[in-house]
Write a protein that binds this ligand. Structure first.
Ligand SMILES: Cc1cc2nc3c(=O)[nH]c(=O)nc-3n(C[C@H](O)[C@H](O)[C@H](O)COP(=O)(O)OP(=O)(O)OC[C@H]3O[C@@H](n4cnc5c(N)ncnc54)[C@H](O)[C@@H]3O)c2cc1C
Length: 390
C-alpha cells in the first residue's frame, strides 16, 4: 500500500476551495438542525444544488448529467461533503442501483431514470431487508407474481432508508419459491407513487428515520423489471459488491471517506475542547488528567488508523473505533455527557451523547460487520464460504 502524499496542482487546489465553499454555503446550521430533528439523511435543496453541478454523480460523463470528473476530484467532493456533515445517506444509496440499471435495464428505462439521478430529481432507496431477513438476503419473501404485462407484488421491506424521499425502490423479490433460494429472485425498480404501496416510519435509537415499505398486491408494469426473471441475484451482486467495497473499478462515488470516522473525530474534538475549558483550582484543566490524556490519545490514534485503512476493511475499523470511542468519551465527561443536544446542562455540544447513540447502528447497516468479515474472508482472501449456499 502506498502511504505517500499527493502533490496537488493549482487547479486541483482551486477546485478543493470551491468544494469547501459550496458545502459551507449549503450545509447550514438549519440543515444540521433539521437533520437532528428528523434524521432523514437527506436535504432536497442541497441535493438539487449538487445535481446542478453534476456533483450527485461526479464521475458520470457530462452527457449523462455527471461532471465527468476524475477519481481525485470526485474524492475531494466526497471529502468536503462528509466533512461538512451533510445529510447524505440517500445520495449514497441512490448511486448504487444505476450500476445495475445500466447493465440490466432497457434503454427506455435507463433514459427514464438515469438523467434524473444525475440532476437530483430521482432518488432510489434500497429494498433488500425484510422483517425476517437481513444478512441472509437470498431468503427474501416479498412475492412477485406475473399477471400479463404486470407483476403483483405482496410483502414487506424493512429499514428502507430514504423511501419517504425516493421516487423508486430497488426491490429484491421472490418470483420462484421452488428452487434454491438465490435462484428464484427478481429485481424491480418499483415506482413508489403507485397504488397499494405504503411507507411507514421506523425511528431508531441513533435518531435516523428509516421505513417499512408495505406492498399490498401492488401492480408494477414489467417495464420496471431489471434482468431476467429469477436472475435477481446477478442483478443485485454488482451494487452489493460496490456497497461492501469488494472490488474497485466501477465506483461512481469513491467510497473511502466515511462519516463514521467523522463522527468519532467530531466527538473527540468536542470533548477535548470541553475538558480544556474546565479550569481547576490548581491551575490545571480537566484535560490534564493522565487518564483522560491516555484515553483521548488512544481515540486519536484510532481515528488516524481509520483514515489509512483501505476499502473493505475500513468500514469495520471505523465502526468499531466509533463504538469504543463513544463509550470512552462518555466515561471521561461523566453523567452530563449523556444529555441530548439542547437539553439544560448538556456539555461538549452533546457530541459524545450523539456518538453513543449513532455508534451501534454503524456495525449493522449496509450489512453487519460480522458479515463484512465473512465477505472479506471469502472474496478477498479466498477462504471457504462461512455458510453453505441453500
Ligand atoms: C438504521 C438502519 C438503516 C438501514 N438501511 C437499510 C436500507 O436502506 N435498505 C435495506 O435493505 N436494509 C437496510 N438496513 C438493514 C441492514 O442492512 C440489516 O439490518 C443488516 O443487513 C442485518 O440484518 P438483520 O437486521 O436482519 O440482522 P440478522 O441478519 O438477523 O443478524 C443478526 C446478527 O447475526 C449476525 N449474523 C447473521 N448472519 C451471520 C453470518 N453468516 N455470520 C456471522 N454473523 C452473522 C449479524 O452480524 C448480527 O449480529 C438498515 C438497518 C439499519 C439499522
Amino acid at each position: 500500500m502506498n502511504f505517500g502524499t499527493i502533490e496537488l496542482d493549482d487547479d486541483t487546489l482551486a477546485f478543493w476551495k470551491e468544494c469547501r465553499a459550496f458545502f459551507t454555503e449549503h450545509v447550514t446550521e438549519e440543515v444540521h438542525d433539521e437533520e437532528r430533528r428528523t434524521g432523514g439523511g437527506f436535504n432536497l435543496d442541497l441535493h438539487l444544488a449538487m445535481g446542478e453541478r453534476g456533483w450527485v454523480a461526479p464521475r458520470w460523463p457530462t452527457e449523462h448529467g455527471g461532471a465527468g470528473l476524475d477519481a481525485l476530484r470526485a474524492q475531494i467532493i466526497d471529502l468536503e461533503r462528509v466533512r461538512s456533515e451533510a445529510p447524505s445517506i440517500l445520495a449514497t444509496t441512490t448511486l448504487l442501483p444505476p450500476i445495475a440499471i445500466r447493465k440490466f435495464g432497457s434503454p427506455q428505462l435507463q433514459q427514464e431514470i438515469l438523467p434524473g439521478v444525475a440532476d437530483g430529481t430521482v432518488r432510489i432507496c434500497l429494498g433488500y431487508t425484510e422483517p425476517d431477513c437481513g444478512s441472509d438476503l437470498a431468503a427474501v419473501r416479498t412475492r412477485a407474481v406475473r399477471d400479463g404485462d404486470e407483476w403483483v407484488i405482496t410483502g414487506q421491506k424493512m429499514f428502507t432508508t430514504g423511501a419517504q424521499f425516493s421516487q423508486y425502490c430497488f426491490c429484491l423479490t421472490r418470483t420462484n419459491p421452488d428452487v434454491a433460494k438465490h435462484k428464484g429472485l427478481t429485481v424491480f425498480l418499483v415506482p413508489l407513487g403507485l397504488p397499494k404501496i405504503e411507507i411507514t416510519p421506523i425511528e431508531t435509537l441513533g435518531g435516523e428515520r428509516t421505513n417499512f415499505v408495505h406492498f399490498d398486491d401492488a401492480r408494477i408494469p414489467d417495464h420496471y423489471r431489471l434482468g431476467e426473471v429469477d436472475d435477481g441475484w446477478a442483478v443485485v451482486s454488482a451494487p452489493l459488491a460496490q456497497e461492501h467495497q469488494m472490488k474497485d473499478g466501477d465506483a461512481d462515488r469513491p467510497a473511502s471517506i466515511d462519516h463514521y470516522n467523522v463522527a468519532t473525530r467530531r466527538a473527540l474534538d468536542a470533548v477535548t475542547n470541553w475538558l480544556a475549558s474546565q479550569q481547576r483550582s490548581d491551575g490545571t484543566t480537566a484535560q490534564d488528567d493522565p487518564g483522560a490524556i491516555e484515553a483521548l490519545a488512544r481515540i486519536a490514534l484510532g481515528v488516524e488508523v481509520c483514515d489509512v485503512t483501505p476499502g473493505a476493511m475500513r468500514r469495520i475499523v471505523s465502526a468499531e473505533t466509533l463504538v469504543r470511542a463513544a463509550s470512552d468519551l462518555l466515561d471521561i465527561v461523566g453523567p452530563a455527557g449523556s444529555l441530548a443536544h439542547g437539553a439544560t446542562g448538556s456539555i461538549a455540544d452533546s457530541a459524545a451523547e450523539y456518538a453513543f447513540r449513532f455508534a451501534p447502528g454503524t456495525t449493522i447497516y449496509g450489512g453487519s460487520t460480522e458479515v463484512q468479515r465473512n465477505l472479506i474472508a471469502e472474496h478477498l482472501l479466498g477462504l471457504p464460504r462461512s455458510t453453505p449456499r441453500g
